[in-house]
Each structure stands twice: as C-alpha cells, then as structure tokens.
Design a protein around this ligand. Structure first.
Ligand SMILES: *Cc1c(COP(=O)(O)O)cnc(C)c1O
Length: 465
C-alpha cells in the first residue's frame, strides 16, 4: 500500500518536472509558444493500436495518425520486430559510396508498387526534402538537355499547395499565412488557382470552377512553357492547405497538359501515399504516372523519418555520363538510406500485403462517409468533404454565405481542445477539422472518433449562441 502511494507520488513529480522542462527548454513546431507555455503540455508516454496515453495515464484516440504518418497503429508487432532485427545488425552506415541491404530491398518493393514508369529511388529523410530533391532533379534534367531547354528554370504550382517548410519548398507552396513573410527569399514560381470548388477562387460553381482553373493553367503553359521545368502538385487532395479535395479528372487533365507543353510532372504524394486515399497512391485513381514522385509520411508506417523521391529512367539517364561531365546529382544527406528506416518501411509494405490493408480499408471509407454525412446539418458546418480515409469538416460563421470565422476566433482550435478533453486527438487547419485515423482503425473506433468530433462541434456551437 505504502509502496504504491510512493510510486504514484514519484510519477506525479516526474510529470510536473517534465512539464516544467518542456516549457523551459523546447520550441514546438507550428506553435505559438507564449500560448503553449500558459497551459500544461500534453506529454505522450505510450501508444498501442490507435490509442495514445499521456504521462498521467489518460487515453486518447489518435485521430490524426500522429500527423498523418501512422497506418497500422502504434506498437505494430511486425514493424517493431523489423526494427529490432535490423538494429542487431547495424543502425546506420552512410549511403555515400556504400550501399546497404534494406535500402536495396525497399527500393525494389517501392518500384513494384509505384505508378508505372518510376524506376529509380533516391532516399532522404522527410517530405520537404523529398520534394526539394524532385525540384532539383527536374531543374537539372533540363540543364542536361542543352540548348533552348536550358531556359526551363521555373516551376508551375497551385495556390493552397503545401510542399514543406524549407525555403525551397516554401517557394513552391501556396499558403500565405506560413509563407508570406519569407517571400523575398523565394525563387520565382508561376502559381495558378486551385479548384477549391467550395470556395471557388473565381466564384464559379462546379464544374465551371475546375474548367476555369485548368484554363488558367493552360494559359500560363501557353505563354511560358519554354521556361517551365515542371508542374508540381499534390494529387487528389491539397492537404495542409485546407484539405481541398481536387475534383475527379483534374489530375488526368494536368498530366495531359504537361505532355502537350513539354513540361515534367512532379507529384507530391507525401500525404496521400500508402493507402491514405483508398489506393496505394492517389495518382492511381486517375491512372496518372508522374515523372517524379515524392513520398515520406506513411512510408515507414509512422515509425521512423524516411523519405524517397522516385524518378523515371528517362530522368535518371539524363544524369549519366563520364565522371568529368559532372552530370552527377550533387545531393545527399547524412542519413540517406538509413537502414532502420528502410527496415521499418519494408515491414510496413509487407503488412499491406499480408493484411490486405487496402481491401479492408474500403468499407471503412464507406463507414466514414456515412457517419460524416449528417454533419452537413450542423449549424457551424459549411462543407463536409472526404477522400479515402481523410474526413474533412469546414466550420463556417454563416452557413448560407459560407462566411468564415476570423482566425483569431480560434474555432478549429476550440473544437479540437473539446475533442481532446473527450479523448480524441486531432489538429485543425484554421477552421477546417480533419479526421485522419490510422488505416487499421476498427469500425467501432471510427464511430467513436466521429461521435466525439460531432459532440465537440455541438458543444462549441452552443457556447457561441
Ligand atoms: C507533410 C507534407 C510535406 C512535408 O513533409 P515533412 O516530412 O513534414 O517535411 C510535403 N508535402 C506534403 C503534401 C505534405 O503533406
């Protein structure tokens, strides 16, 4: 009895100490630290399946898959074992001048499942870097073509796009809140409207919105294709830019434009890759193969930081030549091809085969759709949208006009805090609520997540009436 009490007391002191230390030493991503420091931090101690536990023992549903990375749940036996097994051989050796077993095996697997035509794998360790590598490859590709092709030095991207937080990927991003301050540091990029048909930038109704957005892309290509190296976009859904589901057919038409005007197509599958949209890659929905593809987030099932940029043989070939042609792709990172990450990724892909993850997922996608449909009737909800296993609820101040809440009202944050108190962890994008459960979530768990989300919206809704 006495012993238990002592133990509890010790844990409590530890918890308080950890919280103090967090507040005094850390700087969290995308976080206003003044606000962070005014509240006790939620510190995670453990995860199992779709659940996370904090240091005080409170249990939560991981409703955003630990920021869109987790696929098969936490403490997934096969992935844990693969990492342990690899650890007994070696954790890491450099990929510069050396190769390693799991990196080779994973590359082979990735090419097998990747869209047709992608045949080369270049590793890195996060999504921003994987995209930046694709940009550098596209740029250098044209330099190697010589002549007038060397004028192809620019990229065409979409507003509301998110490709990462490095200067290079912010330049091609389209989220002013994150990026405007840094604009003087960016290289010039052609940006066109994205078909966010709920809030059509050209105030057109579906399907005119999509047609007009494609026309504006074509206009830029007509006038500037000679200086454009590649079109870069997120297939299927613009994720961090507001979970904007792209209209069906859009990607296919972009691909056609890229061929017609002789520019490369780079697809950023960092958020959408590995089953998230119901197929292994989002581009599969439209049968589109890009010239370059970036993957990261789900690649290791949410276990370790690993990313890859896949290229076609045509792009790869353009870099080959004698040593002193200096056509080398001069790029690499200390942890390129990390063995632990690659071992985790192989295990992740094996689970897809063994458990038929994608097949199992289809009915869960349907369930999520049915459960989210009634949200349309809620006062504060302007739009409900979904692609695959991503459910999106956009909060509005005025349901009729679609008027948004000002960001300072923190509506999204308020709903998510309410959800957290009820045992569901999610993170808003402004007024946009996002449910991205691990693919392994059961029907009951999905129902529970959606119920908490609805109750949280209703509670906040009552508070402002
Ligand atoms: C998250 C994300 C990135 C950046 O990946 P990091 O690993 O966070 O650097 C790039 N593109 C898309 C589409 C993403 O969702």
């Amino acid at each position: 009895m006495k012993k238990t009490r002592q133990k509890t007391m010790k844990t409590e002191t530890n918890a308080r100490q950890l919280m103090r230390d967090d507040h005094s030493t850390l700087w969290h991503p995308f976080t206003q630290m003044q606000e962070w420091i005014s509240e006790p931090p939620l510190i995670i101690k453990k995860g199992k399946g779709v659940y996370l536990w904090d240091i005080e023992g409170k249990k939560y549903l991981d409703g955003n898959s630990s920021i869109w990375v987790n696929l098969h749940g936490h403490q997934k036996k096969e992935i844990t074992m693969a990492i342990e097994h690899q650890l007994k051989a070696i954790a890491h050796s450099t990929f510069l001048g050396l190769s390693n077993i799991p990196a080779i095996q994973l590359a082979k697997k990735l090419i097998e499942i990747a869209p047709k035509g992608l045949s080369r794998v270049f590793y890195s360790d996060n999504g921003s870097t994987a995209v930046e590598i694709a940009l550098k490859m596209a740029y250098q590709f044209w330099q190697h073509q010589g002549g007038a092709f060397q004028k192809k030095k620019k990229f065409l991207t979409l507003y509301n796009a998110y490709h990462g937080d490095t200067i290079g990927t912010m330049s091609v991003g389209g989220i002013s809140l994150f990026q405007d301050l840094f604009r003087p540091l960016f290289y010039p990029v052609y940006k066109i409207e994205s078909p966010y048909c709920y809030r059509c930038p050209l105030t057109l109704a579906w399907p005119d919105c999509q047609i007009a957005c494609l026309e504006s892309m074509e206009k830029v290509l007509t006038n500037h294709h000679e200086e454009i190296a590649a079109i870069l976009m997120e297939p299927g859904i613009q994720a961090a830019g507001g979970m904007i589901v792209l209209p069906p057919g859009y990607l296919k038409r972009v691909k056609a434009l890229s061929r017609r005007y002789g520019v490369l197509l780079i697809l950023d599958e960092v958020a959408t890759g590995f089953g998230r949209t119901g197929k292994m890659f989002a581009s599969e929905h439209e049968g589109v193969s890009p010239d370059l593809m970036a993957v990261a987030k789900g690649l290791t099932g949410g276990y370790l930081p690993l990313a890859a940029t896949l290229a076609t043989e045509e792009i790869f070939e353009a870099f080959s030549g004698p040593y002193d042609s200096f056509k080398t792709f001069f790029h690499g990172h200390s942890y390129t091809g990390n063995q632990l990450g690659c071992a985790a990724a192989i295990a992740n892909l094996e689970i897809f085969e063994k458990e038929e993850t994608l097949k199992e997922l289809q009915s869960k996608i349907g369930l999520l759709k049915n459960l989210l449909e009634p949200f349309n009737r809620l006062d504060l909800v302007g739009d409900v949208r979904q692609t695959g296993f991503i459910g999106v609820v956009e909060l509005v101040k005025n349901k009729k006009t679609g008027e948004s809440f000002p960001l300072k009202d923190k509506m999204g944050i308020k709903v998510c805090l309410e959800a957290r108190n009820r045992g569901l962890l999610i993170r808003p994008l402004g007024n946009i609520l996002v449910l991205i459960p691990p693919l392994s979530s059961s029907g009951i768990q999905i129902k529970k997540m959606v119920t908490i989300l609805r109750e949280s919206i209703e509670t906040i809704s009552k508070g402002i009436r």
